[in-house]
Design a binder for this molecule. Sequence first.
Ligand code: SF4
Length: 339
Amino acid sequence: MVGVKAIGWTFSPREWERWVEEKRESLYRARQIWHWIWKKGVYNPAQMSDVPLSIRTALDSEVFFPMLELVRSQESRDGTRKFLWALPEGGKVETVWIPHQNRYTVCISSQVGCSLNCRFCATGQLGLERQLKGYEILLQVYAVKHLLGLPITNVVFMGMGEPLLNYSAVIEAVEGLTQRMGFSGKRLTISTVGIPKAIQRLAERSEPFELAFSLHSAIPEKRRALIPLAAHISLEELQTALGLYCEKRNEWITLEYVLLEDINDQEADAEALREFIKPPLRAKVNLIEYNPVPELPFRGSRRIKDFQQALLKRRIITTIRRSRGADIAAACGQLSRRF
Ligand code: SF4
């Protein structure tokens, strides 16, 4: 449990300035502290060697920098690494680091567990324990970069939880990633199974980030069988919200599509996808290899190349995302805190 001190991760540059002003110190000290924390990855005041002792002592007594605690880690044959963290405010989540050629992606969690119970997803089986705070989401990236010293080029909100059901914390984390940690918004992807109101709110925002929507089937009854939430939110509603998003932000989105054998990998499925992607919605499709979860009945489709061809034939830009880290249950839909 976090104590009564202020949480240093949440301070904006202006708040640091106010804090040093209260101490009758030069504003320059605020920039120094900021530089130590966000550029050098040093948050222990004792190590801020060019900051005067009086400020370090005040930092120590007034500001708190709760950190994630690494409980376990695992490395896949393909180099993917999975980390289980104990969170400052309780509960545990996983973060995955995926190296691929010159791209290093961190997949972060936004909730402890998830309430949506998508049928093919291990996290969904856990239920929702709690929402992460914005700084707890951000700290997953900070810890991988500064504590573990791993390079990061991209960040995806595709770990445990539905990011848009924890909207304000996710926005706080996006701001932290761009304004504090220096990531380009073009390298941040928020992934959602589809919360129309939150998509509309994202459409109004001006800062850059990418949006991925987990469609998995454009045939309503099939999608309902995979994603219980789809019983309450129609594909038309989602099409409208996503179209508005593309229009307002003048952007394309990615449709995530886990290809499941005999479920969503036929010609009729490709045709439904074509019908779903109509202006103002502009989207490319990312076909995802399914990673088996032992207690779930699904199998990955062997028709992934054929399905890609079926979409390309319909002039839909389509890529295939190969499974990474499946041997350590670090791949998409496998995160369930089992190590
Ligand atoms: S796929 Fe995403 S939204 Fe669905 S249960 Fe898993 S974590 Fe939750």
